[in-house]
Design a protein around this ligand. Structure first.
Ligand code: AMP
Length: 193
């Protein structure tokens, strides 16, 4: 059975941290569109150059480009048993494209854990990450734009998945270990059922 998990949560909710942990805990690869774009940026590919113009402003890279990149990544052999999707889908068009893509692979989404963290906690975390990691898109203006984009484009997906009975809310304000334990339990439940 293939297990495709879509990890949802606002910027700063801990998706990246948790997806990396789940990769070793569950043996499923993390597919993070932000990381894929950053790797392209580092290697100065055409895709990287294009993505940069959006990332620097905290805006979304166009759907067609993002979907094509995900299609390519999910077609690789290590995703044969599934993947933990982190940062994708972020728009309704991407969510629909993912459904189609998985159907082509004879798979579907197993579960959509939503890491919930209150807004004031999120802003504090992102500011701290800016200091530690020095990510170019963690400055104040970009953070604000990313939050707005999340609210308008991505948050509606919570309803989209909830209506299909796939959304499971996890308290993201617990310790990192506790969040991992909750997520692992939620996903394992789907892997055995
Ligand atoms: P992240 O590392 O997930 O916070 O993503 C960093 C940036 O990459 C975002 O602010 C967007 O500019 C771009 N990005 C990542 N994932 C997507 C996506 N699914 N759709 C469009 N743009 C994305």
């Amino acid at each position: 059975m293939k297990t495709f998990v879509v990890l949802m949560g606002a910027p700063g909710a801990g998706k990246g941290t948790q997806a990396k942990r789940l990769e070793s805990l569950l043996g499923l690869p993390q597919v993070a569109t932000g990381d894929l774009f950053r790797a392209n940026l580092k290697n100065q590919t055409e895709l990287g150059k294009l993505a940069r113009t959006y990332m620097d402003k905290g805006e979304l890279v166009p759907n067609e480009v993002t979907i094509a990149m995900v299609r390519e990544r999910l077609s690789q052999p290590d995703c044969e048993s599934g993947a933990i999707l982190d940062g994708f889908p972020r728009t309704l068009a991407q969510a629909e494209a993912l459904d189609e893509l998985l159907m082509e692979f004879g798979a579907k989404i197993a579960v959509v854990p939503f890491i919930h963290v209150n807004q004031d906690v999120l802003v504090g975390r992102l500011a701290k990450r800016a200091e530690i990691e020095g990510r170019a898109d963690d400055n104040e203006d970009t953070i604000r734009t990313r939050m707005q984009v999340y609210e308008s484009e991505t948050a509606p997906l919570l309803n989209y998945y909830d209506n299909r009975g796939l959304l499971v809310k996890v308290n993201g304000e617990q310790s990192i270990d506790e969040v991992s334990a909750d997520l692992t339990a939620v996903i394992r439940q789907e892997m055995i059922s």
